[in-house]
Design a protein around this ligand. Structure first.
Ligand code: MN
Length: 361
């Protein structure tokens, strides 16, 4: 596996590339042009600027998270072709700059959803929290809560311009079922995957977070069966997965190690994070240590290791520690993610050693 770190860019992240350089084993910076809204053109110069900066610190910039998909594509509107053309143009430009994997999602209206960005844990740290009962109300109220919690930072998927048109967006999704959404995703993939094959860029869809429908909107990447259906839409290695344990984890019926073992050939990017699920279905993000939550991170890593996984891995969200929430993006502090890296590398190195010992016996 290749260890990576999500970085929001110069002036847009409290963590710098110099901080990240001091975390052992770090090879890849996961980046994006975060000022770009879905459907906007990405200029070659802007791409080169970021890639040059990343390379100047000794990293590669192989993974982009995300190039967002315009709602017209998800909705299957006639205007989708225009936006798909722009998407294809971005794929080509990123390929020329050396990018290997593009993460994206196909979630209607909302990206990841939480009800509290700073819920306190028993140890005094705090983390992203999801309270099931708080989601039954008005989506506008939810959006305001997220934007307020984010403070000075922009939140990918929660752009104020989009949130201002929430009622309109919800109206446009009326009547969009799971089947229709799958059909629109297939149309999108059938148009972009030939370019990905030609330009050697792998698409990696991110699962829906949380893994169930919210506010009556369909969510289609949330279980083994949904993933299987997705992979069959366009049966090419270039149409693959970002396997996020934190997104699939809140549904305890998702056997994540089994999903990894079944689909590892199509997983290009692994997001690893732990969640603790409460009896009433609420959940909170906890440390990467398996024992702290419901995701058995050891078994997750073992499933990758047993299959010789060579893709990109990153610690997903972490808790906010030692007061860092005053100056970091929600879920994207430095300390807990850095500890998560060390936990994962510790498990991985042990698995390497164990395998070598077994081979020598
Ligand atoms: Mn994730």
């Amino acid at each position: 596996m290749k260890m990576s770190w999500r970085w929001y860019g110069e002036g847009n992240d409290s963590i710098t590339l110099d901080h990240i350089r001091q975390i052992p084993g770090m090879e890849t910076i996961v980046w994006s042009l975060h000022d770009k809204v879905a459907g906007e053109v990405w200029e070659e110069e802007r791409i080169k600027e970021v890639m040059d900066l990343i390379k100047s610190k000794g990293f590669n910039g192989d993974v982009v998270e995300s190039v967002n998909v315009h709602d017209d594509i998800k909705l299957g509107l006639p205007s989708r072709d225009k936006y798909i053309d722009i998407y294809i143009d971005t794929i080509k430009k990123l390929s020329r700059a050396g990018v290997k994997v593009i993460c994206y999602n196909f979630m209607p209206v909302f990206d990841w959803t939480r009800t509290d960005l700073y819920k306190e844990l028993p140890d005094g740290s705090n983390a992203l929290f999801y309270e099931k009962d708080a989601i039954t109300h008005d989506p506008n109220e939810m959006a305001q809560r997220i934007l307020k919690g984010a403070g000075k930072f922009t939140m990918p998927g929660w752009e104020p311009e989009r949130m201002a048109k929430l009622d309109e967006l919800f109206k446009s999704y009326e009547g969009i079922t799971e089947d229709i959404l799958f059909g629109n995703l297939q149309y999108f993939l059938e148009r972009i995957i030939p370019t990905c094959e030609e330009y050697d860029v792998k698409m990696a869809i991110h699962p829906d977070d949380p893994p169930w429908p919210i506010f009556g909107l369909p969510r289609i990447i949330r279980s083994r069966d949904h993933i299987k259906r997705f992979l069959d839409l366009v049966d090419s290695p270039y149409s693959g997965l970002t396997l996020c344990t934190g997104s699939l984890g809140p549904n305890l019926l998702n056997d994540i190690p089994a999903i990894i073992r079944e689909f590892h050939n199509r997983i290009h990017f692994a997001h690893i994070r732990n969640v603790k699920v409460f009896e009433n279905g609420d959940f909170i993000e906890v440390s990467h240590r398996g024992k702290d939550g419901n995701v058995d991170v050891y078994e997750v890593l073992k499933a990758y290791h047993d299959n010789g996984f060579t893709g990109y891995v990153r610690p997903d969200h972490g808790r906010h520690l030692w007061g860092e929430e005053k100056d970091c993006r929600p879920g994207y502090g430095l300390y807990d993610r850095a500890m998560g890296v060390m936990y994962m590398l510790g498990v991985w190195d042990s698995l390497d050693k164990f395998k070598a010992e077994k081979a020598n016996q």
